[in-house]
Design a protein around this ligand. Structure first.
Ligand SMILES: O=C(O)[C@H](O)[C@@H](O)[C@H](O)[C@H](O)COP(=O)(O)O
Length: 236
């Protein structure tokens, strides 16, 4: 059963401010209770304003580890690298003191990414460094994917399985690049799951996904997961 709480904003700028304050409050809560906090963020286009707002909030950032919900399997300097997005927009200002944990080694050269069999080595290395996130900030695609849990990806059943590893390789059908993604179970284990979406077409997809309970719209499986009480931050 879906137990999400909804937060509505008039526009993307208000959503960014609201989300940044919400994430900061959760990080503070985890730092107060366990002396550290692990934040996993999504890539894509929509989180940029949130990252910039969050980076300017005062927190004991040195007690925060920032990692990714998912990463495109590309070199660190690639325009589509989620890590590059985080470095540019989030690991700035106050948040520059956070510890950054990429999912793909930043010193791997372009040649490494030309050999598809190396994706397994990247996943193994990311798993070796894995820390369970306390706060997960998700986005959603128009096809109902979240993280890199893409409908029709051949690895999707494995990523949804109860015994899935925390991180695994996925191959989107509807988007470029091989990916490394948190599994459904790893997302559901986080104490806090936040989803940011904007616009009426994404809202329709979200409603369908919540009703569908189907791997055709994976975001619905996250939001309907019995361990998840998501906070959905929506702007018009
Ligand atoms: O790396 C990725 O592609 C993501 O983490 C992905 O799950 C993203 O959150 C959605 O595709 C929404 O992306 P937009 O914010 O660009 O709409």
């Amino acid at each position: 059963m879906n137990t999400a709480t909804y937060f509505a904003y008039p526009d993307a700028a208000a959503q960014a401010q609201g989300l940044a304050q919400a994430v900061a409050a959760l990080l503070r809560h985890h730092i107060n209770s366990q002396d550290y906090a692990v934040l996993a963020v999504s890539g894509g286009r929509s989180p940029i304003a949130v990252f910039e707002a969050l980076s300017q909030i005062e927190l004991p950032w040195h007690k925060v580890t920032i990692t990714l919900v998912d990463e495109r399997w590309v070199p660190a300097h690639h325009a589509d690298s989620n890590g590059a997005l985080v470095r540019r927009h989030l690991l700035q200002h106050h948040a520059a003191l956070a510890q950054w944990q990429p999912l793909v080694a930043e010193n791997a050269d372009d040649l490494f990414f030309r050999q598809p069999e190396n994706v397994a080595a990247s996943v193994a290395a990311a798993l070796a460094d894995y820390r369970q996130p306390d706060v997960v900030l998700l986005g959603m695609g128009d096809d109902g994917h979240t993280a890199s849990l893409f409908p029709s990806a051949s690895q999707l059943p494995a990523a949804l399985a109860a015994d899935a590893p925390a991180l695994l390789h996925t191959t989107p059908v509807s988007a470029p690049h091989e990916r490394i993604s948190l599994s459904l179970g790893a997302i559901a284990t986080a104490a806090n799951v936040l989803l940011a979406i904007g616009g009426s077409s994404k809202r329709r997809v979200l409603q369908q996904a919540l009703a569908a309970h189907s791997a055709a719209l994976p975001v619905g499986l996250v939001l309907n997961h019995p361990q998840v009480s998501a906070h959905i931050h929506y702007h018009e």
